[in-house]
Design a protein around this ligand. Structure first.
Ligand code: ANZ
Ligand code: ZN
Length: 867
């Protein structure tokens, strides 16, 4: 065996063997010791992964390997979140077609992930843009629809005039497009939504049951934003001065409901304000006295078009008086009604009572428009009075909005819905026909009331998948309609109900839908091939077969996840991912899981009972990103130093949940460490003997301490300190080999402690440096393949505690004092002698004498010879 450490040879050799032998591919049978170890899959928005991905994925892999050595059956899959705007934008930027680009980049991602040495089960990968995957994403949409949880409504959506596309909320940063910094507009477009707001309370309750970092739970709670308060009715009146104007208001009573979290401040309300975007403001306009109408109408129009609600915080507050007054039910005072842009349409009732004395926003507004400020102390009893007196009722409001699911883009699963004009004109559709429909086994209407949208004419596509056609010209046009809308071959279909000409939906679904269920799919990849064969036949017999489909369609027998396997492998045991996904992905995945739990398709409601949120790798003080030009390509380092070195380096540079800065110099240091370890195993050939009992004991104690430290640190994801402990251990072992006395002893025996120490060392290093440790394990130590299925070492608690030794201090052979020291430090001559000399009694015995010699027996004795 070669003396030199050649990472190229070692890493290629074992990488191939692991794959050939399927070391990390499981037969997902039924076992009690399952461990589903999941890392958030990457989205291909570049040619390859950067060092930040290597950092995060290694963190997850180390844990998986550790659990495997702890005796668990570890399932660790990987895939690609390859549909969606990130990938599409990348394809556009390089002038490529997304289908082609995804094939190339995912191949490269796989190559990189393999070279990093991750223990993925490559038989179970998922690519969300593969038809084999997205047909199920479409199926999920259909189930959502049938449960009453998908609906259409006109909505203001973020629109980037430069990118000519709708943007998701998370792509709008401070009112500007994340990609081009153009100010985002709001457009009124008909969109598909999922009723995630129905699940607001369940999503909140679930948070109390899961083991997640507190900061992520807080982010979810804030996103849901549940507030308890009251809605209070204010009667509208025309001002006394205008009573000559005949208005309907005098005949029939009109009210404005406001939402408040502070009914106790009701006495201090000095005005009402209504959102200009709220339909309520249009009603108010009709009732307003004539002389106010023109100004009011102009204000409402301006503030509706520009969608000011996006910039509420940044902008100076504006508003107009309506000429109307409202009666405060608590004290019968008449207060002015305003329309003001700081009131959001989508929250509460879209109207507020202004309490300038207690609310800062109201105070600012009142000051600007010289509205009265009534400094009246809050009255807690009002909380009860509101309902008792009939002023209003207690209620809760949520900041959570329904999930905007449609995108007017190309690169996503076509939304599997069909619209039929004829059915619509006859008032027919899935929901009007529900009596018949809902008897289908397994279907349940979760959201029963569908009166809030026009559902006539809409039918779900049961003939799945709806294939995304290959388009050359796929770029967004800016018409407010997706690229598929220019392709009649795609959207012209027959109505599945009446057979007349109908139109397929041309929007695609949001990427977050793709990633909301991928973890459910992994264990079942490849399991329903039999079903596919059967359903191909059905597809051929189908009346409205889409000739462009691949020939398989989903039958009632088929299912995206195998029930048995899912029961045994889910939920995910450890989800490892970035804290930046605190709300969107992690909320949507919880929502979808909860819905499918309610539909009876899953036996658990929380997909990720345990989440670890890792930090973010930076380079030169900034987040790694292409636009900053500071992206580190891991391939270069793997080639030069080896994956083991890179892995150890990434896990060592700082805490896993921190913001480590990538530096070349650190990698070189780590490479030297690896070589030191390698050398240690070459020395075994010298048949080293440790005859000194103290050496053996020292090694033994350090070994058990190291096992304990590394085990406990890995459990807490404190990988950097685990590696430090291993380094200390390595230093001790090296010290022993450098002891010249040991080297020269030509005995054939090695002590058991030494052998054990080396075996433990290689195991502790295995999760971090899987290739080198495999090479040592199999080819140096001659153990059975593979180290990664060997048992993690255990520590003996008694041996972890370092012993205390008592050292006798003599002067001229006579005992004069004793010292207590830790076993290991008792062996350090200079320290022990110094401590002995400092002892008061010894000082006395030595005073006035000349020291001729000092005899030292480690951990036992110091003898000062003066004669
Ligand atoms: C009177 C009051 C007095 C209020 C006071 C607060 C403090 P959270 O906590 O976020 O739920 N509000 C209600 N609807 C609104 C809307 N559509 N747009 C803007 N603001 C709205 O906030 C609830 C409070 O925000 C409500 O309680 C209301 O102001 C305001 F000393 O009512 B409060
Ligand atoms: Zn029809």
């Amino acid at each position: 065996m070669a003396n030199n450490y050649s990472h190229q040879k070692i890493e290629a050799k074992w990488g191939n063997k692991w794959e050939r032998e399927g070391l990390y591919s499981l037969n997902l049978g039924i076992s009690k010791n399952n461990f589903y170890n999941l890392w958030m899959f990457p989205y291909p928005s570049a040619e390859g992964l950067h060092a930040g991905h290597a950092f995060a994925s290694t963190g997850s892999d180390v844990y998986g390997r550790f659990m495997r050595m702890q005796g668990h059956l570890v399932f660790q899959p990987i895939g690609y979140d390859s549909f969606g705007i990130h990938s599409e934008n990348f394809a556009i930027s390089i002038g490529d077609q997304p289908h082609k680009m995804i094939q190339r980049t995912t191949n490269n991602y796989a190559k990189q992930l393999k070279s990093l040495g991750h223990a993925y089960d490559w038989n179970k990968t998922v690519t969300t843009s593969d038809i084999d995957y997205y047909r199920w994403t479409q199926w999920i949409f259909v189930q959502m629809f049938k449960a009453g949880l998908a609906f259409r409504k006109k909505a203001k959506v973020n629109w980037c005039p430069s990118c000519k596309t709708v943007l998701a909320d998370e792509q709008v940063i401070d009112g500007r497009c994340e990609r081009c910094s153009t100010e985002v507009e709001k457009r009124d477009l008909e969109q598909w939504f999922f009723r995630i707001t129905d699940y607001a309370d369940k999503l909140l309750e679930g948070l109390t049951l899961i083991d997640w970092p507190e900061k992520i739970k807080i982010a979810q709670r804030n996103w849901i934003g549940k507030s308890s308060g009251a809605s209070i009715k204010f009667e509208i009146r025309n001002p006394k001065s205008e009573t000559n104007q005949k208005s309907k208001i005098q005949n029939s009573k009109q009210f404005i409901d406001v939402f408040t979290t502070r009914p106790d401040t009701l006495y201090g309300a000095t005005f009402l304000a209504v959102s200009p975007e709220s339909p309520l403001s249009k009603k108010i306009l009709e009732k307003a006295p004539h002389k106010y109408r023109q100004k009011l109408s102009k204000y409402i129009k301006e503030n509706t078009l520009q969608g000011q609600s996006l910039q509420v915080e940044a902008k100076d507050k504006s508003g107009v008086f309506t000429g109307l007054y409202a009666v405060n039910p608590a004290n019968n005072e008449e207060i002015p009604v305003w329309v003001a842009d700081y009131v959001l349409m989508e929250y509460g009732t879209g109207a507020i009572m202004g309490v300038p004395a207690h609310d800062e926003r109201d105070f600012e507004f009142a000051k600007k428009f010289t509205i009265k400020v009534a400094d009246i102390a809050p009255d807690k009893s009002l909380w009860e009075m509101v309902e008792k007196k009939g002023w209003g009722k207690k209620t809760t409001s949520y900041h959570l909005r329904d999930w905007l699911i449609s995108r007017q883009r190309y690169w996503g699963p076509p939304i599997p819905m069909i619209f039929c004009e004829k059915c619509k004109s006859e008032g027919r559709g899935w929901f009007t026909d529900k009596g018949k429909r809902l008897k289908v086994k397994g279907k349940r209407l979760i959201h029963k009331d569908q009166s809030d949208w026009e559902h006539a004419g809409w039918w779900p596509e049961d003939d799945l998948p709806v294939e995304l056609p290959y388009l050359k010209d796929y770029q967004p046009k800016g018409t407010g309609r997706g690229p598929l809308d220019s392709y009649p071959e795609f959207y012209k279909v027959k109505c599945p109900e009446c057979g007349s000409e109908a139109k397929r939906e041309t929007d695609v679904s949001d990427t977050f839908l793709d990633s909301s269920w991928y973890f459910l799919r992994y264990p079942s990849v490849g399991l329903n091939s039999k079903h596919e064969a059967r359903s191909t036949k059905q597809s051929q017999n189908s009346k409205f077969k889409n000739s462009k489909n691949f020939g398989f369609r989903i039958s009632d027998f088929e299912f995206p996840w195998d029930r048995e396997i899912t029961r045994h492998w889910l939920p995910v045991d450890l989800y490892f991912g970035g804290a930046e996904h605190a709300v969107l992905h992690l909320m949507y995945a919880r929502f979808v899981t909860q819905v499918f739990h309610d539909l009876g398709y899953l036996n658990f409601a929380e997909p990720f009972p345990r989440l670890y949120a890792h930090g973010l790798m930076i380079k030169d003080g900034a987040k790694m990103s292409k636009s900053k030009g500071n992206v580190v390509n891991p391939d270069i380092y793997i080639e030069k130093y080896g994956a083991d070195t890179l892995r150890l380096y990434l896990m060592f540079i700082g805490p896993m949940d921190g913001y480590p800065d990538f530096r070349d110099t650190g990698i070189e240091g780590m490479r030297r460490f690896i070589e030191k370890v390698w050398q240690l195993f070459q020395i075994t050939n010298y048949k080293l003997q440790i005859t000194n009992e103290n050496d053996a004991r020292e090694i033994l104690i350090k070994m058990h301490q190291t096992i304990k430290k590394v085990t406990e640190d890995i459990e807490k994801f404190h990988y950097n300190t685990a590696i430090s402990a291993i380094m200390e251990f390595v230093n001790l072992l090296r010290d022993k080999t450098q002891n010249s006395k040991l080297k020269t002893q030509k005995s054939n025996m090695r002590c058991a402690e030494w052998d054990e120490a080396l075996e433990v060392l290689v195991k502790l290093l295995a999760p971090f440096a899987p290739y080198m440790t495999e090479e040592i394990w199999v080819d140096v130590l001659g153990e059975k393949f593979s180290i990664h299925t060997s048992a993690w070492p255990k520590f003996v608690p008694e041996l972890v505690k370092e012993e205390t030794v008592t050292i006798a201090v003599q002067v001229d052979g006579k005992l004069r004092a004793t010292l207590k020291r830790k076993a290991i430090s008792g062996r350090l001559k200079a320290e022990v002698v110094e401590q002995a000399k400092a002892d008061e009694k010894i000082k006395k015995w030595l005073s006035g004498k000349k020291l001729k010699n000092t005899i030292f027996v480690p951990s036992k004795l110091v003898n000062f010879v003066t004669k």
